[in-house]
Design a protein. Structure first.
Length: 110
């Protein structure tokens, strides 16, 4: 696992303050892009739909399950670069426990 980029830390601080550490670990899901990457997401079934959430999608301000920019995450536009750094870092992670611990801290739960 790579270390969270310093540029992404303002986003991590917001996630830590607004989102309790999930009890379940995210699973690797196919991203659906041309490179067929797999990304860590939390899965939730809502009626006939399946939602795949990234950490930004767990924010109370978000309008998408896996936001791709500051607007979709409900964060201020001036955080655009930090949001992008966080998204890119998160989507490179494959070790769910290490990624969750990096964002929320090992053993931390609320």
């Amino acid at each position: 696992m790579s270390k969270i980029p310093q540029e992404a830390m303002p986003v991590v601080e917001i996630i830590r303050k607004q989102v309790p550490k999930p009890e379940e670990l995210p699973l690797l899901h196919n991203r659906g892009d041309i490179r067929r990457r797999r990304v860590l997401r939390w899965k939730e079934s809502i009626g006939d739909h399946i939602m795949l959430y990234s950490p930004l999608g767990l924010l109370p301000t978000t309008i998408y399950a896996a936001p791709s920019n500051a607007y979709e995450s409900g964060l201020p536009e001036e955080m655009c670069d930090a949001v992008q750094e966080f998204i890119e870092w998160w989507d490179e992670q494959t070790d769910a426990q290490a990624a969750v611990d990096a964002v929320w801290g090992a053993g931390r739960s609320e």
